[in-house]
Design a protein around this ligand. Structure first.
Ligand code: CA
Length: 116
């Protein structure tokens, strides 16, 4: 499954990032990642913004099909773009080892922080 292959680097990254940053700071980093990848005009991640900005996050090895796959997997409301919440949920889903922890955070914090 292409998405799981594409997510391999994320799986390696996240647990060590959480250890280093702590859970709350890690969620902040995810939000920063969203801001880096989004189209600033509309505040959403689109295929074009993902392609344009992905090198900022060291994702320059990703191909068009992987971007399409990521958008399709993460787009929960079907508008063809990723909102901040959709992006954070996708990042957690791409890192299976984090799912249990993220469920605990959801219980502790109720929800992920939203951009003001
Ligand atoms: Ca969406």
């Amino acid at each position: 499954m292409a998405l799981m292959e594409a997510s391999y680097d994320f799986e390696d990254h996240f647990p060590s990032m959480i250890e280093r940053l702590g859970a709350e700071a890690f969620i902040g980093e995810l939000c920063n990642g969203f801001i880096l990848l989004m189209d600033v005009e509309i505040g959403l991640i689109t295929f074009e913004s993902l392609k344009r900005n992905s090198f900022l996050l060291g994702l320059h090895d990703m191909g068009d099909d992987e971007f399409v796959c990521m958008l399709r997997e993460g787009d929960l409301d079907g508008d063809g773009a990723l909102s901040q919440m959709e992006f954070c949920i996708l990042m957690f889903r791409l890192s299976p080892g984090l799912m249990d922890e993220s469920r605990l955070w959801m219980m502790n914090y109720g929800t992920l922080p939203i951009l003001a």
